[in-house]
Design a protein around this ligand. Structure first.
Ligand code: FAD
Length: 430
């Protein structure tokens, strides 16, 4: 019998298992995949390590890494992003003064300064609620600094400052009518960048750093072995049954897999109302990812060439270049890609990940990128189910991935909060 089985070695599972193991618990992590990091993981393509899902880090609070003692840095490029608008490039510079100068070309100098001040204030207010239990919408509405996060939509805030053609720089179109919280969430003042750890640069650096931390903290991480069932007896968790048929008994099971998969496919007896809510949580159109490895460094065409470290926000999706590698997430199109990349003909290897691949690879049915939609119905104390937080009605079964507060993307916060809930409960029980 172990103390805790963690399902999933994504970044949240690795964060949670490291914290649990450091508290002296006997922890074993199982992941069906052969790589650590889940959607923030990587594999080898054409002899190079390439990311399979996430590509930049931004939402993760520094305190998550500090708490684990992980010496990982995030290298934010300057400009952070280059946004294509009507065939011209709008640069999002790190320096506020330079940014104002840039936007003056579109007659929006003062507006962008005021908009940024607002975003920073909203982000600060949102982050105050990241740790601990999820806040209710009502609690946020009563906090003068946080009220706008729930009382206004992202559209309300953006329309106060900027014409609509600039909004995609800050938020995906399908989220414009959702709470302004999402505008704050997706726009951290520090910007987005590539993780750097011990000389490695790229998303694989984050996964390797967290994997190493989990192992060094004493957690056992078993890759390539999935969980096919969470075993429950008389309303309490007994352990998990692996794909191999082996039963691993545990005092607690913390699933960082999608709540849809965990609650609909791994356990039985979930309340029909909850099951329906999860079944109905349909994904908005999911992304495709194109990974390309060239036999020489990527040559960008004029216009983009000076900014090769930046995140390119193009009509077909977001493009990232790294030496001889490039990726596009969104709706990649080879024909269009040639208009940005001079030497695409030097391709050594490429692959395409489809929305269906994401669903099947990660067991992330429905809203796979963030496990559940980032939409009002699934935010705040209603992520994943109103009033649950990180616990479930099954004693000893916890949830702690992107489908829990504060939500998806690379943050590590659900992992921290869920680990704390497990620790609190296990210290009370013999
Ligand atoms: C194409 C794409 C691009 C993205 N870009 C970004 C980005 O640039 N920046 C950003 O911050 N976020 C990005 N995201 C979102 C981000 O990657 C995820 O929200 C985040 O990584 C989720 O982390 P997690 O640990 O909660 O879950 P996951 O990473 O999904 O980890 C859960 C793990 O559980 C495992 N699992 C599932 N079922 C079982 C089972 N039955 N038994 C054993 N193991 C199981 C899965 O294999 C998986 O490894 C992107 C996602 C995608 C798909």
């Amino acid at each position: 019998m172990v103390d805790v089985v963690v399902i999933g070695a994504g970044h949240n599972g690795l964060v949670a298992s490291a914290l649990l193991a450091r508290s002296g618990l006997d922890v074993v992590v199982f992941d069906k995949l052969s790589w650590p990091g889940g959607m923030a993981g990587y594999h080898v393509l054409g002899g190079a390590e390439v990311g399979v899902g996430a590509y930049v880090v931004g939402v993760m609070p520094r305190e998550v890494l500090d708490r684990l003692g992980v010496d990982l840095e995030v290298e934010v490029p300057d400009p952070v992003a280059v946004y294509e608008l009507d065939g011209q490039y709008v640069k999002w510079w790190r320096n506020p003064g330079k940014r104002v100068e840039e936007f003056r070309q579109w007659g929006l100098g003062d507006e962008i300064a005021a908009f940024w001040e607002k975003l920073t204030a909203l982000n600060r207010a949102a982050r105050r609620y990241f740790f601990g239990g999820p806040p209710s919408e009502e609690a946020l509405a009563e906090d003068p600094e946080a009220a706008e996060l729930v009382k206004k939509t992202a559209r309300d805030v953006m329309s106060q400052y900027l014409p609509e053609e600039f909004w995609p720089m800050f938020l995906y179109r399908h989220l414009w009518d959702e709470p302004a919280f999402l505008l704050a969430y997706f726009n951290p003042p520090e910007g987005w960048g590539r993780p750097v750890w011990r000389g490695e640069r790229g998303i694989q650096a984050l996964s390797k750093a967290l994997y190493r931390t989990a192992l060094e903290s004493g957690a056992e991480v078993v890759l390539g072995v999935g969980v096919r069932k969470i075993v429950v007896e008389r309303g309490a968790v007994k352990g998990v049954e692996l794909d191999t048929g082996k039963l691993v008994e545990a005092r607690a099971v913390l699933s960082t897999a999608s709540p849809i998969h965990t609650l609909l496919e791994l356990v039985e007896g979930i309340d029909e109302g909850v099951a329906r809510r999860l079944r109905d949580a349909a994904a908005t159109a999911g992304p495709y990812r194109l990974n390309v490895v060239l036999s020489e460094p990527v040559k960008l065409r004029r216009g983009l060439a000076p900014y090769r470290d930046s995140i390119f926000q193009l009509p077909m999706g977001e493009m990232l270049v790294d030496g001889d590698r490039l990726s596009v997430v969104g709706e990649p199109d080879i024909g269009r890609l040639e208009s940005y990349v001079e030497n695409l003909g030097k391709v050594k290897a490429f692959e395409v990940w489809t929305p269906a691949d994401y669903q099947s690879t990660f067991n992330a049915a429905g809203a796979y990128v963030n496990h559940l939609p980032m939409a009002r119905e699934f935010l705040f104390s209603c992520r994943p189910v109103c009033g649950w937080g990180y616990r479930t009605p099954i004693r000893g079964l916890y949830l702690g991935g992107a489908g829990t507060w504060p939500g998806g993307q690379i943050t590590g916060v659900p992992g921290v909060n869920a680990a704390e809930a497990v620790l609190r409960d296990l210290s009370r029980r013999p």
